[in-house]
Design a protein around this ligand. Structure first.
Ligand SMILES: O=C(O)c1ccccc1N[C@@H]1O[C@H](COP(=O)(O)O)[C@@H](O)[C@H]1O
Length: 201
């Protein structure tokens, strides 16, 4: 069954709703964003969550010693490095790494392969993180990428996630804007998204 990550959660109510709806991973954005959360907020939230849901912190070009400090403080299971972090930076993380890469054309394919041996998952995203923009999933076909390391993101919704899973064959899918209404997480959309993704194969 495909892993599902619901990203950009900002409250305990959203986090527990996503967890109870069957999310495997939940994401908290520490980077600058309309969904940005503080260390204190995430600490309060994570204390009340069951252990089985994996907590992911999303960072964009934050110095790795700060990423490690936050990961320790709020007990993150993964860090999602969503900027231009180098392979060396990924290696310095104290917790497993999800490296996000924006696929915009065939010239960006090579970098995917370079990161593969040093990260736990590669998250392939559209051109603008957190904006609901998708990319051409056919690009993935040309990467000799172990599908058990690939999480697909970027513009996924309950309407396209089934097709995305059939075409890209990822181990997991990640969504943020696609489960929101008027900029707020929508619990009905979260449930629908997870149900469809989990039923896809
Ligand atoms: O959600 C954000 O605001 C964000 C900010 C900075 C880096 C990543 C961010 N979100 C990630 O973007 C992708 C795709 O989001 P969407 O579904 O297209 O809205 C997802 O991986 C989020 O983790």
């Amino acid at each position: 069954m495909v892993l599902v990550k619901i990203c950009g959660l900002t409250s305990y109510q959203e986090a527990i709703a996503a967890t109870e709806a069957g999310a495997d991973l939940i994401g908290f954005v520490f980077a600058q964003s309309k969904r940005q959360v503080t260390v204190e907020q995430v600490d309060q939230i994570q204390r009340q969550l069951p252990d089985h849901v994996k907590k992911v912190g999303v960072f964009v070009d934050t110095p790795i010693h700060i990423v490690n400090q936050i990961a320790r403080l709020v007990k993150l299971d993964y860090v999602q490095l969503h900027g231009k972090e180098s392979i060396l930076t990924c290696l310095k993380s104290e917790v497993p790494v999800i490296k996000a890469l924006s696929l915009q054309g065939t010239d960006s394919l090579e970098q995917v392969l370079d990161y593969l041996p040093v990260v736990d998952y590669l998250l392939l995203d559209g051109p603008k993180p957190g904006s609901g923009q998708t990319f051409d999933w056919r690009l993935i076909e040309s990467i000799p990428l172990a599908r058990d390391k690939m999480i697909l993101a970027g513009g996924l919704t309950a309407d396209n996630v089934d097709r995305a899973i059939q075409e890209a064959i990822p181990i997991g899918v990640d969504v943020s804007s696609g489960v929101e209404t008027n900029g707020k997480k929508d619990l009905i959309k979260i449930k629908q998204f997870i149900q469809i993704a989990k039923g896809a194969r």
